[in-house]
Design a protein around this ligand. Structure first.
Ligand code: UPG
Ligand code: MN
Length: 737
């Protein structure tokens, strides 16, 4: 148990025995790494000897891996778990403290009606509107960077449907409160009594869905609908995604006595915002959208707590909001908490999670390990913020007294009037000459605006919390094709590496501001991209050497073989045990090893190179949105756990080349040995290289299938296969020095 934890939440550390055992184990690996390094130093081939440069390269890679391994230790030494009390859930204490409950603003971001279908967006919105929380204290904002009347239309539909949906949820204690998710789960389990009311609400939902979907398919809002709501007049000719005025519409004004649900209870306020965009002004992607929302909401509702979710992340637990208040309202530790981050979980992961979208070890252990050093990574979605921390305020003990104090609203004006006035806050000129994007709000110029903002907040003295409750608070949509997945990881690795190279490098910026363990914890992710080239080297060069008959590792009978074997086996066995402990299956672990290799040799390579290019000033930051739609066949393959290639991409060429080359090297090397009549002695000499090539081949079996066996649309494009074959053959001919 933690020391000073009396209050609304508790912090539980891992057992002492486990921690000590882990430290001993870690030290043993460190010794192994040290021995590997000394072997490399002591046995460098002399000038002129074959493989001297190759050897030095391998040594560099091993130096890097050793160093990176040390960095990753930080997230394993100090794992803590957080648990809340039921304070705000118990009905009596809740009703006693209702007055104290803060106003909460919820920000949902969407950016493209095609990649992020309005139907998906409104399900998220509905799940959030239906939080079990006093509606007069809740405001939901939808930021639409796509500036689409289709999304606006869908939101209007959702606002009508919410009048039925929210009372239904409250009456039957529905979970989850995204209607789509709820009805799908109901079908799966078929447990719920399907009463009359159930059918009625389902019919209403299906009708709405049909209308929204058909408008989306049509690509425009039906004329008769347009006439019914004056809001559509904003979308006159000339309005395009990248060039339009601010559109701000109060879809539901919670303070309006007429805005009630079918039972007569009041509704949460619902706001649509498409901030102004002009081609000559950079819009700063999601960070820009969030900052516009922060300003606009500060006029309209000024919630003290801000929840931020992506449009595909619905609330999976209606109690989450009251639950996290235990952190913010805790008398002792609460005032210093800037944000509470939930892990990213997904509703569409399949049985063996072929792309390893949910990394259970990261969610359950690593991020909890970061939390052990008094920090949490802000991941851009599923995160509750304290408004003032997000707005750039430094934490100081004086803050304490001023928090949790009701902010008076100017009640005499209606929200509609306020909204009209505050449109300027979302204009593109508003931020000129201000601290927005620097000291205030989310930071600009980084593809992982979330991580860098979180780091900056922490460096201002706040102590965020990582919270991973039993029932996931949010569920999102994970990429379902390999390319999407790799593009996403490219953006992340690039963004984080960029942080590392900037003045916000955790080791520099964090020095004296956050603990060393936390600086290292950030760097585990910031240095993802830096793993790319060492990994590429390791999966290519030893195999190439094998093909050329150059030995790069100690003989099996040599004493120096031991540290290599120990580090390799111990590290992998440990990661397997860890995965199993986090309820992964063996197959999931194997899939993860494949994805780690693929990410490192594709996404991270491009992330690395692009960061360097950007650093030299040749390019600008971009944000490639992950699409949330799949066609039926691809979705079937995804469900069957088949890797989806289909398109051609340089990433696939690299991946296929590595797979083919190792196969050639393995087969070629073995044949060469047989032809030359070399026996066991030589095998012993090359055992490590054979193992490396063999493992790369084994892990790439699905890639060979995609190239040579599969016939479906998701197979490797023939052109990619041919290019990769050529590259792999060329690699076989590469001379070594
Ligand atoms: O110009 C933009 C681009 C994106 N978005 C929104 O940003 C969110 C995340 O985009 P997505 O394409 O789903 O990217 P992911 O890789 O899934 O996003 C993860 O990584 C991002 C940082 O790279 C974070 O911002 C996200 O919160 C986090 O979920 C979505 O809701 C988008 O609508 C905008 O609002 N405006
Ligand atoms: Mn996403």
């Amino acid at each position: 148990m933690g020391e000073e934890d009396v209050g609304l939440f508790v912090t539980v550390e891992e057992s002492k025995v486990r921690r000590v055992a882990y430290k001993i184990f870690a030290v043993s690996i460190l010794v192994g790494i040290g021995m590997i390094w000394s072997y490399r130093v002591c046995n460098i081939p002399r000038t002129g000897e074959a493989g001297r440069w190759v050897w030095l390269g391998l040594f560099t890679a091993e130096l890097w891996f050793g160093f990176y391994w040390i960095i990753t230790q930080s997230v394993r030494w100090n794992i803590v778990h957080r648990y809340t009390t039921t304070f705000f859930k118990d009905t009596p204490s809740l009703s006693r403290n209702r007055e104290k409950l803060p106003d909460v603003d919820i920000f949902v971001c969407t950016a493209d009606p095609v990649m992020e279908p309005p139907q998906l967006v409104i399900n998220t919105v509905l799940s959030l509107m239906a939080y079990d929380y006093p509606p007069e204290k809740l405001t939901v904002y939808l930021s639409d960077d796509g500036c689409s009347d289709l999304t606006f239309y869908a939101l209007l539909e959702a606002s009508h449907f919410s009048k039925h949906w929210i009372p239904f949820c409250n009456k039957f204690k529905v979970e989850p409160r995204s209607p789509e998710a709820f009805f799908t789960e109901m079908l799966k389990f078929n447990g719920h009594a399907s009463g009359e009311e159930w059918f009625a609400i389902k019919r209403l939902y299906e009708d709405m869905k049909k209308r929204v979907m058909s408008a989306t398919e049509l690509g425009r809002v039906p004329e008769e609908v347009r006439e019914q709501h004056k809001g559509f007049s904003e979308w006159n000719a000339g309005v395009t995604k990248g060039d339009h005025q601010t559109i701000l519409q109060i879809v539901i004004d919670g303070r309006d006595p007429n805005a009630v649900d079918v039972e007569g209870a009041s509704l949460p306020t619902l706001v649509y915002l498409a901030r102004e965009k002009r081609p000559q002004y950079p819009h700063n992607f999601k960070a820009g959208a969030m900052n516009a929302l922060i300003r606009v909401s500060s006029e309209i509702s000024k919630g003290e707590i801000i929840l931020n979710v992506d449009c595909d992340m619905y609330s999976n637990n209606s109690e989450t909001l009251r639950d996290v208040l235990c952190f913010f309202m805790d008398e002792v530790n609460g005032p210093q908490i800037s944000y509470v981050q939930f892990p990213q979980n997904y509703y569409n992961v399949t049985e063996n999670d072929i792309y390893c979208n949910t990394n259970k070890v990261v969610n359950q252990l690593e991020l909890a390990g970061v939390d052990g050093y008094g920090g949490a990574l802000y991941c851009g979605t599923g995160c509750f913020h304290r408004r003032e921390a997000l707005c750039g305020r430094k934490y100081s003990s004086e803050c304490r007294g001023q928090q949790n104090r009701k902010i008076e609203r100017k009640e005499e004006r209606s929200i509609g009037e306020v909204a009209e006035k505050c449109k300027v806050l979302a204009n593109c000129t508003y931020e000129r000459g201000t601290q927005w994007g620097k000291e205030m709000g989310l930071m600009y110029g980084c593809p992982v605006e979330d991580i860098i903002t979180g780091l900056a907040i922490q460096c201002r003295g706040w102590k965020p919390i990582y919270y991973n409750p039993e029932r996931p608070g949010f569920l999102g949509n994970a990429p379902t094709s390999l390319l999407q997945h790799l593009v996403q990881f490219k953006r992340w690795s690039e963004g984080m590496f960029q942080i590392f190279l900037s003045k916000y490098c955790p080791f520099l910026y964090g020095k004296g501001r956050i603990k060393l363990g936390l600086q290292m914890g950030y760097c585990v992710y910031c240095l993802w991209a830096a793993n790319s080239f060492p990994t590429l080297y390791y999966v290519l060069v030893p195999s190439l050497c094998f093909l050329n008959g150059i030995s790069m590792f100690p003989k099996m009978s040599s004493i120096w073989f031991l540290p290599f074997a120990y580090v390799f086996v111990a590290k992998n066995v440990y990661s397997l045990v860890e995965a199993l402990r986090c309820k992964n299956t063996l197959e999931e672990w194997w899939n993860l090893q494949r994805m780690l290799l693929i990410r490192r040799t594709t996404s991270f390579v491009f992330g690395f190179v692009d960061t360097i290019v950007r650093q030299l000033g040749f390019s600008q930051t971009a944000f490639v949105i992950t699409t949330k739609v799949v066609d039926d066949e691809a979705s079937k393959r995804y469900k069957q756990g088949i890797l989806e290639f289909g398109a051609s991409s340089p990433m696939f060429t690299i991946l296929a080349t590595i797979a083919l080359f190792n196969l050639f090297a393995l087969v070629g090397g073995v044949i060469k040995m047989m032809v030359m009549g070399m026996g066991v002695l030589v095998v012993e000499q090359f055992s490590s290289q054979i193992i490396i090539a063999g493992l790369v081949v084994a892990i790439n079996i699905p890639v060979y299938e995609a190239m040579f066996i599969r016939k479906d649309k998701g197979r490797m494009p023939t052109s990619t296969t041919i290019t990769s074959l050529v590259f792999a053959l060329l690699l076989c001919l590469t001379p070594l020095y």
